[in-house]
Ligand binder design. Structure first.
Ligand code: SF4
Length: 383
């Protein structure tokens, strides 16, 4: 019998460090449902990196992938220092030498350990870095604190001045910002745009139906996150900036029939996979916020090829489109754009993932607002 077709992986999240120099209150790795990080080695070893890259190349070649992407992630991926980064990048370059697959390598970091030496190496190796920040200091320091509970903004602003200026600007890939709906979205948007980032990724906190998001504890029909995003969207449009905001660009693209830029919207198959510091292969990393072991697949890079991982029911469940969604989503007028929301946001102990996103009202609010704005703008264009 021929093998069942699979959706090959495109994005590989390499957890190169499993500890962090910050202790953000909402962190899904350390302060939510899953404590398995305690048994993970602190850093990805050369052996795990070599084996992961080899498995990746084998998977890319089997599926004639023209491109693929690696994102160094953590914990804090710069915790291992320049030597660790150089070794991993060297292994990837060695394994992918003469490969037909064009590889891009990026990193998601808290930015606090960025130095000129690391920047020089990233420029040479063509590695980009996205920085996590929630807004101006009075916002960022609410949740992005160190292990003594102190805010991180002073140090971060210092490192950002380095990263966002020449000669390091070319490796700067933008910001990842978790929304606090009690803050001023215009001030946060303006502050982030002040660094002229190539992109901003606004994220909804990793809560679900059993642990409701702040501001929605008593009323799931309230849309504080939708309201926040609508005001940020209006400000983004008003400024005329070239900075892409992935959730806004994705909704606009989906309205025009294009693919989403984010895993949390749209009905496209998910093609991301996670490799832990010890070589274990996992499903979407942020499922850790849901319950202990929620992201576990039972595979590792030493014993299992990525083709096998792509056939796992837990991976395929993210690729079934509208058929995999809750009844309310299947009947929803914006389901083609929303896609039922991000998987971790759908969870409840009672029904598993068979729920609309806990942010359903927020997503409807934002999608409707963007659709109406686009229609209005188009109607104003002379025929
Ligand atoms: S807006 Fe709500 S009901 Fe509609 S598809 Fe999204 S999560 Fe489902």
């Amino acid at each position: 019998m021929p093998a069942e077709p699979i959706v090959p992986f495109h994005t590989y999240l390499w957890k190169i460090a499993s500890r962090c120099n910050l202790n953000c209150t909402y962190c899904y790795v350390y302060n939510r449902g899953d404590s398995r990080w305690r048994r993970q080695p602190k850093f990805m070893t050369d052996e795990v990196a070599y084996q992961t890259a080899t498995r990746m190349r084998e998977h890319c070649e089997a599926h004639e992938k023209e491109s693929a992407s690696i994102i160094f992630h953590g914990g804090e991926p710069l915790l291992g220092g320049l030597d660790h980064l150089m070794r991993l990048a060297g292994i990837i370059a060695e394994v992918f030498a003469d490969s037909e697959t064009k590889l891009t390598v990026g990193m998601q970091s808290n930015g606090l350990l960025f130095t000129p030496e690391i920047g020089d190496f990233m420029r040479r190796a063509g590695i980009s870095v996205g920085v996590s920040i929630d807004g101006p200091p009075e916002v960022n320091d609410r949740n992005r604190v160190d292990h003594a509970g102190r805010g991180s903004s002073n140090e971060l602003e210092r490192r950002l001045r380095l990263l966002t200026e020449e000669p390091y600007r070319e490796v700067f890939d933008g910001f990842l910002c978790v929304i606090d709906p009690t803050t001023d979205p215009v001030r946060t948007t303006d502050y982030l745009l002040g660094f002229d980032p190539p992109g901003i990724d606004f994220l909804l906190p990793l809560d679900n139906h059993d642990r409701r998001p702040p501001g929605k504890e008593d009323d799931l029909d309230a849309a504080p996150y939708g309201d926040w995003l609508v005001r940020a969207f209006d400000r983004w449009i008003e400024t005329g900036t070239q900075t892409r905001v992935r959730i806004f660009n994705s909704i606009i693209g989906l309205l025009c029939g294009r693919a989403s830029l984010v895993e949390s919207l749209g009905l496209e198959a998910i093609d991301l996979v996670v490799v832990e510091t010890n070589g274990e292969i996992e499903a979407v990393d942020s499922l850790k916020a849901v319950f202990e072991g929620a992201s576990e697949l039972g595979y590792n890079v030493f014993d299992h090829p990525f083709d096998l991982v792509a056939r796992h029911a837990g991976v395929k469940a993210r690729q079934l489109g509208v058929d995999s969604l809750a009844q309310a989503c299947r009947e929803c007028p914006v389901v083609d754009l929303c896609g039922g929301g991000y998987l971790p946001h759908r969870y409840s102990a009672e029904r598993g993932f068979d729920n609309p996103s806990v942010y359903s009202s927020d997503l409807k609010r934002l999608i409707t607002h963007i659709a109406e704005t686009i229609q209005r703008e188009l109607a104003a264009v002379p025929a």
